[in-house]
Design a protein around this ligand. Sequence first.
Ligand SMILES: [Zn+2]
Length: 276
Amino acid sequence: MKIGQLVRKFIPDIIQYCLNEDQEEISRLQDLEYSKNTFGISSYPFWSKKDAIHDSKRFWVDIYMIDGEQFRVSSQWTIRHIEKFKNYLVDKNIATSKTLEKLEIEFERVNREALEKKVQSKGRYRGHAIGNSQNLLVRNILSNLGDETFSEKNWQDTQKYFDNKCAYCGSEEKLVIEHAIPINKTMLGEHRLGNIVPSCDQCNKKKGAKSFDQFLDDNERIDKIKQYMKLKNYQPLQEHSDFEIIAGLLEKAYRDTADVSKRYIQIIELVADTTT
Ligand SMILES: [Zn+2]
C-alpha cells in the first residue's frame, strides 16, 4: 500500500477527530517533535498553517479549512512510517484494524491495476525490451540442453558435409551458422550438432523464424538436412513424445520473465515512492 495514499485518505477523518474529540490535537500536529514521536516523520510536522510554510514543496497542495484557518499536510512520508500511522488511527479510534486491512487489499488491487495499465502502455520500446528478454531466456534454455559442445572442428565438418555451400540455396558465399529448426518457443530448435547447418547471409536473413522445411520448397535439400540430423542423432523436440509438456514449460518460462520484471518494477516503485 502506498503510504501517501493512506494518509490522504484519512486527513478528513483526522480533522473530524480533532474538532470533535480533541481540539488540542490540532496544534500538537503542527509540532515537529510531536509529529516525529507519533509518526516517525522527521523534517516536517504532520500539518502546518498555510502562511507558516516556507518549504511548500514538502506539503501537498490541498488546503484544509480547520477552525477557520488554512492548513496543508506534509507530503514527506515513506513506507517506514506506515505502521506508526496505522497505529495512530487505531489508537484514536479513527479507524479499526479491520477497516485498514480491507483498505489495504482495496489499495493493492487499485495499484496493481494501475501498474498493469502502465506496463501495457509503456509503448513500443519497453514492450520490445521485455519481449527481447523473454525470447533470450527461451533461447538460453534451448541452447543449453544436452552435454555436447559445438566446436570449431564440428563447424568445419558441418560445412564439409554440405560441400561448403549454403544448405538452402547452394551459394558458396561466406557461410554463417544457421539453425535449421529455429531456437524459439514454437519451434523448439536447439543449438546442437545436427540442427546447425551452413547458410549464406541472405538465406539466413530471409528464413527468419521459419523452419527449414517451411522455408525450402526443394525436397532434395530438405531431405539432405533431414539425413544430416539423423546422422548426428539430432531428434528435434518437435517430434518428441512429450513435446506438449516441453512447449508448455517454455511458454511458462516466457511468461515468468515478464512476471519477474513486473514484480521488481512494483517493488522498486514502492521503495522509491515518497508520494510527493
Ligand atoms: Zn543461401
